[in-house]
Design a protein around this ligand. Structure first.
Ligand code: UDP
Ligand code: MG
Length: 318
């Protein structure tokens, strides 16, 4: 059913404990979208914040009918919060996904729209610099994108690209048919295809509040990315096994020849132990890799809904 009052553009904003930045975010967004010549709404998703984020959102909505609120029943994580926002976005022509912390400048949205009007379904914002982030985070992020590119095969992740992007309605409809539990959004965005183009920008440091990321989370995020994107680690396991087996056969041959020609002095306790521990380690690691995939299969087979919304307050347009 087409909605006659639907705005042309939806801006989807996942927010977890963002009470400090939201008013400023909304002000900057409204200013940035003033001249785009499209009707628009902004969908704020409160991802189970522990602070007053929901109250701040309600305040924004009371003052601005273009604001919609999706209040999730608990914290589900950014990827699912984003999906909830996309599910409830009414934008008939295009949808923008942006972080609440002002690291993605709302002022770039008119540029994204201009590029979309040139005929691209997906216009993603590509970072030039990562100001205010440590070199460790930059280096690990860089390494992650390079690994993903090697593993990606036909589906290529654009490097240095976050979730900040504009997508056409048909691209979003395609994306929303993917309902898997393990949602590596960058991978899903890439998987659906459609003509895409990058727009470059400078990523600012967080305006206020704290990043929810740490290295343990980043590591898990990378694992999530790799395992939901490619089965290359399973293939790698096969080859590591093959190479170890060949190595073992060669070593065995050497032992046999040595015993035949030079007798058997029964040395080799250290080498025995080294080999046993090495093989044990390799096997455990392979089991771990299989386990990563198995756990994900387990989660997917439960076919649970992705989230529950405690309440949905649509924008009051038209
Ligand atoms: N976010 C969310 N749920 C979470 C964690 C984060 O909705 O569990 C939101 C957060 O409010 C922000 C965006 O996702 O709008 C990006 O989060 P953050 O700035 O912590 O990540 P970073 O920019 O460091 O990648
Ligand atoms: Mg951020």
């Amino acid at each position: 059913m087409p909605d006659p009052d639907a705005p042309a553009l939806s801006v989807v904003v996942p927010a977890y404990n963002e009470q400090e930045v939201l008013p400023e975010f909304h002000r900057r967004l409204a200013a940035a979208l003033a001249g785009i010549g499209m009707t628009w709404e902004v969908v704020y998703v409160n991802d189970g914040s522990r602070d007053t984020t929901l109250e701040v959102m309600l305040g924004i909505q009371a003052a601005d009918p273009r604001a919609a609120i999706v209040n999730l029943s608990r914290n589900f994580g950014k990827e699912i919060a984003l999906t909830a926002g996309l599910d409830h976005a009414r934008g008939a022509e295009a949808i923008v996904v942006i972080d609440a912390d002002l690291q993605d400048p709302p002022e770039l949205i008119p540029t994204l729209i201009a590029t979309w009007r040139e005929g691209f379904d997906v216009v993603y914002a590509r970072r030039n610099t990562r100001e205010g982030e440590t070199w460790m985070k930059k280096a690990t992020a860089h390494a992650f994108y390079r690994v993903m590119q090697r593993l990606g095969g036909k589906v290529q992740l654009p490097p240095d690209t976050g979730d900040f992007r504009l997508m056409s309605r048909r691209a979003i409809d395609a994306l929303l048919t993917l309902r898997e539990q393990h949602r590596f959004m960058k991978g899903l965005f890439a998987w659906i295809g459609f003509p895409s183009k990058a727009v470059r920008y400078d990523r600012a440091p967080r305006a206020a509040g704290e990043t929810k990321w740490n290295y343990w989370k980043l590591w898990n995020f990378s694992l999530e990315g790799i395992t939901s994107f490619t089965v290359a680690p399973l293939k790698a396991a096969t080859y590591v096994g093959l190479i170890t087996a060949i190595g073992a056969v060669l070593y065995l041959a050497q032992l046999v020849i040595r015993t035949i020609f030079f007798g058997n002095p029964v040395a080799g306790y250290p080498s025995l132990l080294a080999v046993v521990l090495f093989l044990g380690g390799v096997q455990m690691m392979m089991l771990g890799i299989i386990g990563e995939y198995l756990g994900r299969i387990f989660n997917e087979t439960k076919r649970r809904p992705l989230y529950f919304a405690e309440r949905v307050l649509p924008s009051r347009m038209g």
